[in-house]
Design a protein around this ligand. Sequence first.
Ligand SMILES: [Zn+2]
Length: 417
Amino acid sequence: MEPNPTIFHALHSPPARICCWRLLFFLLLTGLPVYGADSVRKVKFSGTPEQPGLAEHARQIGNEFYPKILALFPDDAPKVAQQFDIIFKPLKSHNSGETYASRAKIYLNSDYLTNNPAAQNWIGNNITNFDKVFIHEMAHMTQQYKTGARIPFYWEEGMADYVRFKLGYTNGWECAECSAEYPHYISGYTCMGAFLLYIDATCGPKVIRQLHTELRRGSYSDAFFSKTTGRSLDALWAQFQNTPTFTPVAAQANQVLKEIGYLDGKPPRDVNARFKTYVREHGDPDVIQFFKYVDALPAKDMYGRSLKEIQNQLRIYLYFTQPGGAPEALLRKMLKQGELPGFAKGDHGWIHGALNLGEMDAPAYPVSRTLRCKKNNEPSTYNYTFVRPGSNTAWTLQKAWQSDPDGQVIKEYSIPW
Ligand SMILES: [Zn+2]
């Protein structure tokens, strides 16, 4: 655990200043507001000097948004930390995640941000993706919910996403909707966040403020919604499913979960066997074939996300069964018909490379995917870029090229071949 910087300073300050530090420490502990002070107390990135730009950005976002988050929950705001530290450090135990928050500190995984290609995609392309996660983490500092058997995690994770939606970050990556990744409110995150935003819009923000207080006190039960809105949680959830943020793919995901025996969000004991049976019984030959391929892959995708977890297996299934099919199916069809550039009829090969789950969720159109194929006893790679302009249009092959093991282009094929 990190030494508390305030205690550290108190121990290392001359006696005359100790009481000042003690007083400040007391104020922070009791949570009395520190008027006029910036929300961000310290940004520590000495172990990661390559992040100064991001560190400064984090400070600005913290100072701008933390007071707004406190203002969303005014009844409880005086009881939570008024200031916090931002710490960039390698978080080996949080390798697949990016950040986490304690009561008055936000840790950012500098190792992930610097070395993981997913992070380059994630914030390299759009800094607001960082802001979304950062606001979510700041919201966690205000929560300290009594999660456990009675109050499941999804309230905490859903409310943190509700906060960032409420503060304007509803669109783009991880937008306010139920998806293949988060199909139900019990998945937490964007689905619960979108559901809470719906309750806010239809029943008023006061309900969300009261909910937050009940969750903090540990006194929440599902009866809360009947008491405060006159509608049960189930009734609100059923109404919410008529809104566009409850997407068709989320409905399909919930249907599959129900059919394989999920009950109140809990999987049956033999969930993996049931899911395999479901795929065998419902998938077309292509889908069944692709799952054999997925089963043969390592347990994790290229960014370290488990491919064996049922939630991710479901995402893969929804990807392969998307209306209009997946580009992998078109590639197989072209191969069979001798229409795949670089492959003669009867040539054998395989799709090469790990899956990227992030590319498989319901896309924002237009979408493009590049698949890479190999042939037996041949070092080169055959690359195919497929595009789909919208959900009502089919995938088409846009570009095809052969590359050597260093990725250098050997040959480009004209389309159609
Ligand atoms: Zn979270």
